[in-house]
Ligand binder design. Structure first.
Ligand code: MF3
Ligand code: CO
Ligand code: CO
Length: 257
């Protein structure tokens, strides 16, 4: 395990932006297909074909440590790493789609929540809290801030909304590697941990539960669910630390936030 943080040059960050924008374009492309009756396996096929045939990129999850599909699809009480399959989407579901592409050797990793039909008020709320948790983290990013400051801000926001933050899974450094150092925890204490420097590239990807924070791994050894079966939501961006702030590499130009 390589624990060194790989700082990226400006040219390398531009190469990562290409991968990041491509990953984001997959989420935009798949959006219109997320509706009742579609299976998560069909969404995987749509994304796979777009990534390979149109983007000429590589879907990073496929065969990564044995993962069998090209995207992760995490429904309702699934926290993360859901495997696409025969499950048909139904009205009221909330779905996370997590896309990672490799372009020219560089990774771009992003995920968002989708509403299937018309979800309940509480289902929409957990999606909004998780989104706001990600934005709270991103707003903190600049040189001199620590990863503990970021985790603390995310945790304080989410718990203040009477939601809980998953601790077993975290954000990560990213670049030529899918999961590089450092680990980016979504909880923590101010002033602790790695101090941010320009050229660092990592993801923030808080998983926020309506109930308790605890998780369980299903026997397929990938799918992570909430232990109390409460709803869970997650949003993810890949970003770079700049001289005076943050550059969100997976945010499309026409996206509001
Ligand atoms: N994209 C996930 C992340 O945000 C990782 C998925 S690993 C896989 O880090 F093998 F499940 F694809
Ligand atoms: Co990630
Ligand atoms: Co991801």
């Amino acid at each position: 395990m390589d624990n060194r943080i790989h700082l990226k040059t400006p040219d390398e960050i531009e190469a990562m932006r290409v991968a990041g924008q491509q990953a984001a374009s997959v989420l935009r492309l798949v959006r219109e297909h997320v509706k009742p009756g579609v299976t998560t396996g069909e969404l995987d096929r749509i994304c796979h074909e777009y990534i390979v045939d149109e983007l000429k990129a590589v879907p990073a999850p496929l065969n990564y440590r044995g993962f069998p599909k090209s995207i992760c699809t995490s429904l309702n009480h699934v926290v993360c790493h859901g495997i696409p399959g025969d499950r048909k989407l139904k009205d009221g579901d909330i779905l996370n789609i997590d896309v990672t592409v490799i372009q020219d050797g560089w990774h771009g990793d992003t995920s968002k929540m989708f509403y299937v039909g018309d979800p309940s008020v509480k289902a929409r709320r957990i999606c909004e809290v998780a989104h706001r948790a990600l934005l709270t983290g991103i707003e903190m990013v600049r040189p001199g801030v620590t990863l503990g400051d970021i985790g603390h801000a995310i945790q304080t926001y989410a718990e203040g909304q009477r939601c809980s933050v998953v601790r077993e899974y975290c954000g990560h450094g990213i670049g030529r590697g899918f999961h590089e150092a450092p680990q980016v925890l979504h909880y923590g204490r101010p002033g602790e941990g790695v101090v941010l420097e320009p050229g660092m590239t990592f993801t923030i990807e808080p998983m926020v539960n309506l109930g308790k924070r605890h998780t369980r791994l299903l026997p397929d050894e990938w799918t992570v669910i909430t232990r109390d079966r409460s709803l869970s939501a997650q949003w993810e961006h890949t970003m770079a630390v700049t001289a005076d702030g943050v550059d969100v590499l997976t945010r499309l130009p026409d996206d509001e936030l």
